[in-house]
Design a protein around this ligand. Structure first.
Ligand SMILES: [Zn+2]
Length: 93
């Protein structure tokens, strides 16, 4: 299998806001935080991104879930998903 073309997540993360948002309380019973800005998220807002152990994103059509570099999927908030190319976002799991 060909190696997928990865998206560099760090290129869209703001590390100052990441640290600040990590102090915010969770929303309801949900302890999910946005992968880009670390803000707490509501479940229904979720779009997902498939992240590697290197912190890069797999393309959405890459479906090798057994890839040893896969860390699984993480949520991305509504405003932050605009910073990630659509080809790297999953609408559902
Ligand atoms: Zn965000």
């Amino acid at each position: 299998m060909e190696a997928p073309v990865m998206f560099d997540l760090a290129s869209v993360q703001n590390h100052k806001s990441w640290e600040r948002n990590g102090q915010l309380p969770t929303v309801g019973n949900n302890d999910q935080h946005c992968l880009v800005c670390n803000r707490p998220m509501k479940d229904e807002d979720n779009t997902w991104a498939h992240m590697s152990v290197m912190g890069e994103l797999f393309p959405a059509d890459y479906d090798n879930w057994e890839d040893p570099d896969s860390q699984g999927c993480f949520p991305v908030g509504n405003s932050c998903k605009k910073k990630i190319p659509a080809a790297y976002l999953l609408k559902s799991l």
